[in-house]
Structures are given as structure tokens and as C-alpha cells.
Design a protein. Structure first.
Length: 259
């Protein structure tokens, strides 16, 4: 069975272009959204409030795991060692509510589609998870000792958005002209340029400025959390975005632009 990211071969009628419409999401993205929905649905169907809180204590990112609070008290968590290791990863797959889950899924499908096609399945999932882990570590470090439950793929998705910004606005990219061929070959044919050169161009610079402004505004207004103990923080958004800018070239199989 062909993966969504592997173009069909053996045909001379140029069908591969027609098989990659812009709104057809790669399998890896559908799989991630399905996992998000499955986990959240299971929590709602099978956990009462106490059981769900225990589940979050085990798998959400909680900065209080990593140090004493402002009063000097050190809370005791289940799985104190291994939980500190796996929660910067597991928190990515949890969400604070259906609205939060839908919002993240829409952003992932919109910006993840060109990135997943360009990177391929395994590169994409590695890039996505590393950005999310870095976002979580930065947030936990900035708020060490605080008891706040952090959930969501926002940091990882921010990294994906950053990766998209590094090639979709190029003159040969999908957002630069109508009628763009959204096949894997076309996306990988967009030249790979250093991040500072891409982001100094008009459209990419405007996009990054608007995105960072929205991230900061959501943080200051408290947008994203759905419960008193849950937070989707602007620090994680920005950390994931910066990680995406810095790491995308490590995963990008695109051809280096000529000078």
C-alpha cells in the first residue's frame, strides 16, 4: 500500500500531481489527530473527575515535578523519576477540552500538510515531537516549582508552523502563486535557503511577526486554558516556534539553493 508521502510511479499521464490536492492531509497528520481524539474521548468516557486528575498527574507536564514551589515545598508525584522523563513528551497528546483539541487539529492539518509532504513521515514525526519536547522543557524551566498542568500539542505545532514559514512563502512555493503543484516532488523542489534569508523577505517576515504577536496576545489574555489548573502557555508556543526555525534544516531533504 502506498503511503500518502510516496508518489505513485510507473505512469506517464502525470497523475501524481492530481493525487495531491492541497486539502488532502497526509496519513501521519490524520493519525496524529486520531490519537488526539481517541485519548480525549477515552478520558471523557471512562474517567471521572478524580481519575482524570490522576491521569493528568501521571502524563501532563507539571513544572512542580522539577523543583520546590515558592514556599519551598516539594510536591511528591507518582513515578517521580520516569514521570519527569516522559511527561515532556506525553503532554503533547493531551488536551484541555474539545475546543482546544479542534483548534490545534485545524492548525496542524493546515500547516502540517506541506511540511509533512516535504519531510516525509519519519522526518516529520521526529521534527514534530522534538519541537514539542523543547517547548515543554522551556516552559517547565521558566516555571519550575509551579503547580500548573500543561497540556496540548501547541508547542509542537508551533514548530511545524515555523518549518512551513521557511519554504511556503518562497517564490516557487505554494503561497506565492496560484495553481501550485502540491505533490511531494514540487514541495521538495522549493530551494532550501538559510532561515535568516527566508525570514528577511516580506511575506515570511509579516507572517512571523503576526504569529508571534498572536502568541503573546493569547498569553497575556490567558487564551488557551480551559480549567484553572490547565495552561497552554505563550512561552511554549514561542519556544516551539524558535525550535522549528533552528531545527527545520536538520530534517529538510530539500535541495540547497544556489548562490
Amino acid at each position: 500500500m502506498n503511503d500518502d508521502l510516496t508518489p505513485p510511479t510507473g505512469s506517464n499521464d502525470r497523475q501524481p500531481q492530481a493525487s495531491y490536492p492541497v486539502f488532502r492531509a497526509p496519513t501521519i497528520l490524520i493519525g496524529l489527530v486520531a490519537v488526539f481524539i481517541g485519548i480525549h474521548l477515552a478520558r471523557e468516557l471512562f474517567f471521572d473527575v478524580q481519575a482524570d486528575f490522576q491521569f493528568l498527574a501521571n502524563f501532563a507536564l507539571i513544572p512542580a515535578r522539577y523543583g520546590a514551589g515558592p514556599d519551598g515545598a516539594q510536591l511528591v508525584f507518582p513515578y517521580p523519576i520516569w514521570g519527569a522523563v516522559w511527561t515532556p513528551l506525553s503532554y503533547i497528546f493531551l488536551h484541555g477540552g474539545w475546543m482546544h483539541l479542534v483548534f490545534n487539529s485545524v492548525w496542524l492539518l493546515a500547516f502540517g500538510t506541506p511540511v509533512a509532504r516535504r519531510l516525509g513521515t519519519f522526518r516529520f514525526i521526529g521534527f514534530f515531537l522534538i519541537c514539542g519536547i523543547i517547548a515543554g522543557i522551556v516552559y517547565a524551566t521558566a516555571h519550575v516549582g509551579e503547580f500548573v498542568i500543561v497540556v496540548g500539542a501547541s508547542g509542537a505545532i508551533s514548530g511545524v508552523i515555523a518549518g512551513a514559514a521557511l519554504f511556503v512563502f518562497e517564490s516557487s512555493g505554494p503561497l506565492a502563486r496560484f495553481g501550485f503543484d502540491h505533490s511531494v516532488e514540487a514541495l521538495r523542489a522549493i530551494p532550501r535557503r538559510p532561515a535568516h534569508k527566508v525570514l528577511s523577505s516580506g511575506p515570511a517576515m509579516i507572517f512571523v511577526a503576526v504569529w508571534l504577536g498572536l502568541a503573546l496576545l493569547m498569553g497575556f489574555l490567558g487564551v488557551g486554558g480551559t480549567m484553572e489548573t490547565q495552561s497552554i502557555a505563550w512561552e511554549a508556543h514561542i519556544a516551539g516556534f524558535v525550535a522549528g526555525i533552528l531545527l527545520f534544516r536538520r530534517f529538510d531533504p530539500g535541495v540547497e539553493a544556489g548562490e
